[in-house]
Design a protein around this ligand. Structure first.
Ligand SMILES: C[S@@+](CC[C@H](N)C(=O)[O-])C[C@H]1O[C@@H](n2cnc3c(N)ncnc32)[C@H](O)[C@@H]1O
Length: 310
C-alpha cells in the first residue's frame, strides 16, 4: 500500500517537473516545439541579421563610391544618410541658418549707405534648417580622429556649439576669418566671420602647427552666391586638417568653392546642394576647373583636328 502511494507521488512530481520545464521553454518529452525559439532558429536569425547588415554596409559603400568627387543636387539630410559610417576624413561647411535684419540706415547718426534695409531673414531660398537636423549625421560619417570646421555667426554660435557637443563632438577653437570689407550696419560693422573648429575622437594635430586663430583672406569679388567663401581660405583649412587623397565633405556646397579647394589640394570631395541654380553654377565651376587643368594635345588629321585630353 505504502509502495503504491510512493509511486503515485513520484508520478505527480514528474508531471509537475514536466509542466515547469514546458513553461521555461526547455525541451521535454512530449512538449510541442515553439517555432523560432530553438537554438538552431536563433543561430539562423543571427546569420540572417549578419547577412542583412553586410548587405546594408556594401550598399552604402557602393553609394559612397558613386558619390565621391561629385556634388549631388539633393537635400543633405537625405544625402548624408546614404553614406556609410566613418567614411569622411574632414568636413568644412558653411551651413544655412537664419539671419536677422541689419536694420534701416539712420543717416542722422552717420549710418553708412548700402546697408541692408529690407532683410526678412532670408538672403537665399533654403535657409530654414536647424543644426539638429544634420549634425548627428555629420558626426556619424566622419572618421575617428577627424576635424570639422563650421562657419557661423555670433547669434547662432551658442546653439551650434550646444548641438555639436550634444552629438559627440569636442570643441577645439573658435577661428576668425578677417575680411577686407565690412557689412554696413548701425553698430560695430562686421569685418569677420566665425568658424567653429570641432573634432571627433582623440584630438589630432593640425598639419601646420604655427597657424594662428585669426586668418586674413580677401572676400570674394563678383560673388555667384551671396554667401560665397574664398577658396583659398577653405584650402587653408583643408590642408591643415587632411592629407592628399582624403575625402572632404560639405553638405551645404553652394557654388562648390570647397570642391575646387579640395581638387587644388589633391583631395577628393563629396557635397550636397539643394538649390538648382547654385548647383548648376557649381557644376560649371568644377567642369571649367577640369578643362583648364587638363593638358589638351591637338593632333592634326586629314579630316580636321582631333583633341586628346590627357
Ligand atoms: C551659406 S550657403 C553656402 C555657400 C557656400 N559657402 C559657397 O561658397 O558657395 C548654404 C547653402 O546650403 C544650401 N542648402 C540649404 N539647405 C540645404 C539642404 N537641406 N541640403 C543641401 N543644401 C542646402 C543653400 O541652398 C545654400 O546654397
Amino acid at each position: 500500500m505504502t509502495n503504491l502511494i510512493l509511486i503515485a507521488q513520484m508520478r505527480k512530481q514528474d508531471r509537475q517537473q514536466e509542466r515547469i520545464k514546458k513553461l521555461a521553454g526547455t525541451k521535454c518529452k512530449g512538449a510541442k516545439k515553439i517555432k523560432g525559439t530553438g537554438t538552431g532558429d536563433r543561430l539562423r536569425n543571427k546569420d540572417q541579421q549578419k547577412g542583412k547588415q553586410k548587405l546594408i554596409t556594401s550598399l552604402a559603400r557602393f553609394r559612397f563610391n558613386k558619390m565621391v568627387n561629385k556634388v549631388s543636387k539633393m537635400d543633405c539630410r537625405l544625402g548624408l544618410k546614404m553614406l556609410p559610417d566613418e567614411c569622411i576624413d574632414l568636413v568644412v561647411t558653411d551651413p544655412a541658418y537664419k539671419v536677422i535684419s541689419g536694420g534701416k540706415p539712420d543717416k542722422s547718426k552717420g549710418a553708412p549707405s548700402g546697408m541692408l534695409s529690407l532683410n526678412d531673414g532670408k538672403i537665399f531660398r533654403h535657409n530654414e534648417i536647424n543644426f539638429s537636423e544634420w549634425l548627428t549625421e555629420v558626426y556619424r560619417v566622419l572618421k575617428d580622429q577627424s576635424h570639422c570646421y563650421i562657419f557661423t555667426n555670433f547669434l547662432n554660435l551658442k546653439e551650434l556649439m550646444d548641438e555639436a557637443l550634444r552629438v559627440g563632438f569636442k570643441a577645439h577653437n573658435l577661428l576668425i576669418w578677417e575680411k577686407n570689407n565690412a557689412t554696413p550696419n548701425k553698430w560695430y560693422m562686421k569685418n569677420c566671420e566665425y568658424v567653429l573648429m570641432l573634432y571627433k575622437g582623440k584630438a589630432k594635430f593640425i598639419n601646420h602647427c604655427g597657424s594662428k586663430t585669426v586668418h586674413q583672406f580677401n572676400n570674394v569679388r563678383n560673388k555667384q552666391h551671396p554667401c560665397e567663401k574664398p577658396e583659398d581660405l577653405i584650402q587653408f583649412y583643408i590642408e591643415n586638417s587632411s592629407k592628399e587623397g582624403d575625402v572632404i565633405c560639405d553638405p551645404f556646397a553652394g557654388v562648390n568653392g570647397f570642391a575646387l579647394a579640395a581638387l587644388k589640394s589633391n583631395r577628393q570631395f563629396i557635397g550636397f546642394e539643394i538649390d538648382e541654380e547654385y548647383y548648376r553654377i557649381g557644376q560649371k565651376r568644377i567642369n571649367d576647373y577640369h578643362l583648364s587643368s587638363s593638358k589638351v594635345v591637338w593632333e592634326s588629321s586629314e579630316d580636321g583636328q582631333l583633341a586628346i585630353v590627357l
